[in-house]
Design a protein around this ligand. Sequence first.
Ligand code: RBZ
Ligand code: NIO
Length: 351
Amino acid sequence: MLPEWISVECAAPSETHREAALARQAQLTKPMGALGRLEEVAVALAALQASKTPGADRVPVVLFAGDHGIAARGVSAYPPEVTVQMLGNFAGGGAAISVLSRSLGCPLEVVDAGTLAVEPMRGVVVDKPRRGTRDFSVERALTPEEVAFACDVGHRAVERQAGHAPQLLIFGEMGIGNTTSAAAMAAALLSCAPADIVGSGTGLDAEGRAKKAKVIADALARHGLASDAPVAEVMEAVGGLEIIAMTGAIIAAAQRRWPVLVDGFIVSVAALVAVRLNPSCRPWLLFSHRSAERGHGMVLEALGARALIDLDLRLGEASGAATALPIIRLACALHNGMATFAEAAVSGRES
Ligand SMILES: Cc1cc2ncn([C@H]3O[C@H](COP(=O)(O)O)[C@@H](O)[C@H]3O)c2cc1C
Ligand SMILES: O=C(O)c1cccnc1
């Protein structure tokens, strides 16, 4: 059973603030609509933050890590021990997201949501129901209790961010094998062929991708997930602890009225699961980038989402969301700081 809080309705964004923000955009000294999607983002944030002056200065990043039994099947270009080694790198400040979050002034919290690590590590919050998932090519990855625990991991992580008074939240992931788990979840939820959604992850070649697609197709058949399976079944059969923690975090954040800036393929799959479980969280999601991972476009389309940037990133770790954040900050600065036609004594549009 999933925790009861998962289905608690999220509030709607403020229509009053959306309308006020649209009206302000129309008065700023530029041709109507000329700032394109920067206008859209500022207006969306104004509605989500119920604010006249939207902002993205206080943006905590939470990175969830987990290991995957399926990694034993040779579905990643890197060995499973990299997950725990990278935990050390996050804590030590040397990973991509460490550098990005530092540069952006974003607090970074790293949560071991289910890695194989035995010993606690400095700078890492340990909150896991087990060490790694089971190999879903032979058995279900998780029990219902472990899925519920992982949802709560995300909820607890969101609660811990309250002290930062977040204007926006970013979630990221690390877990060797997690593009396989995410692709399996997405294939089941979207009823599409694994071969159409599977990508290279950390760098598989065509042969590796074909093998990965077969591992997923066989697993979906084994677990009877071929079409319109219940979401909780999909989470148990092929889910990942860090992915489910992000699903929980997304819903918990939206319930708190905190918008979420979604990262790449894996986080988008976590978001797809979140929206399937609780559709009222959808308005709280902004989409940062389109990853080079093959299936990301399909997942974005299923969510009715358009990403802000496309830089051929395929890293994960919330790196795409962090990279898009300066654009959002600039969109807010423009919205809040530009003069209106009246203020600058500039003539408006000929009617
Ligand atoms: C050194 C290193 C750092 C990473 N940071 C994120 N990922 C990314 O790659 C993994 C998913 O790809 P796959 O499914 O092919 O294993 C995840 O850990 C993801 O966050 C990394 C991968 C590696 C090797
Ligand atoms: O887009 C992602 O989230 C991604 C892509 C490749 C590897 N890890 C993550």
